[in-house]
Write a protein that binds this ligand. Structure first.
Ligand SMILES: [Zn+2]
Length: 252
């Protein structure tokens, strides 16, 4: 299994690459790049929330606990409760989410279960699209892009896990091969059914992807790829010329 830092680095690198392409074809402005790279990286860390005591799951429950405390304090602040009661409520909420709900989550999920699947990529992608569209009030095009970057990071994570399941020096597969990049969880059909229902519900309320499809169709990919390969070969020629000049100078 690839470790936390490997997942972090690879997801960030893949997201930077994808964000630069999106900027190059004028799908986004440079100001969008950091946010999309953040989402791609987040997607790259998401699957391991099913690994008990992994860094992503601890981070997730810390964030949830702090958000929970803020939400509860915001709700009860108008009741003018004494300070010591407010502190007790805050500590109780934190402990309940961070340890109580965390233990329950660990019990209900198995590592490399449904969170390590293409179904999870679809689920989190649509969840992000809907959050961006309905709560953050992004346009349909950018909301879909947000979702796509979550899916991109997640798929990169699954591919990396599979790559680490291959013992390249001995050319054989480890036992874990095939447990990360799968369509859904074959061992836990209840979790699969639940996630499928949620994914379909999100799809039914998601904004229309038409603006994104239009831009995709309008993009002249052949020209873009030709331009990129031309720039690469141009750079190579420049380097060759530079090396030739250095050699000539050294001979003088
Ligand atoms: Zn993993």
């Amino acid at each position: 299994m690839a470790n936390f830092n490997t997942h972090l680095f690879t997801a960030t690198a893949a997201s930077i690459g994808a964000a630069l392409v999106a900027e190059n074809i004028h799908l986004i402005t440079p100001a969008h790049i950091p946010w999309l790279v953040f989402l791609g990286t987040l997607g790259g860390l998401l699957p391991d929330i099913d690994a008990n005591n992994s860094k992503p799951v601890k981070l997730l429950f810390n964030v949830l606990a702090v958000t929970g405390v803020a939400a509860v304090l915001y709700t009860v602040k108008s009741s003018y409760a004494p300070h010591h009661q407010l502190i007790l409520i805050a500590v109780g909420t934190y402990l309940f989410i961070r340890y109580g709900m965390f233990a329950l989550f660990n019990k209900l999920t198995d590592h490399r279960g449904v969170f390590h699947s293409i179904l999870a990529a679809l689920f989190f992608s649509l969840l992000m699209t809907c959050i961006s569209f309905y709560f953050l009030h992004w346009s349909a095009l950018l909301a879909w892009l947000n979702g796509i970057f979550i899916a991109l990071g997640l798929v990169v994570h699954l591919l990396l896990d599979e790559l680490y399941s291959t013992d390249l020096s001995n050319l054989r597969m480890k036992k874990s091969f095939g447990t990360a990049l799968k369509l859904f969880s074959y061992n836990n059909m209840t979790a699969t059914a639940l996630m499928t229902i949620c994914t379909l519900m999100l799809y039914s309320i998601a904004p229309s992807p038409t603006p994104l499809i239009k831009v995709w169709k309008k993009t002249q990919w052949n020209n873009y790829l030709a331009q990129v390969s031309f720039e690469v070969s141009d750079n190579r020629l420049d380097k060759q010329r530079e090396q030739r000049d250095i050699r000539r100078l050294m001979k003088l």
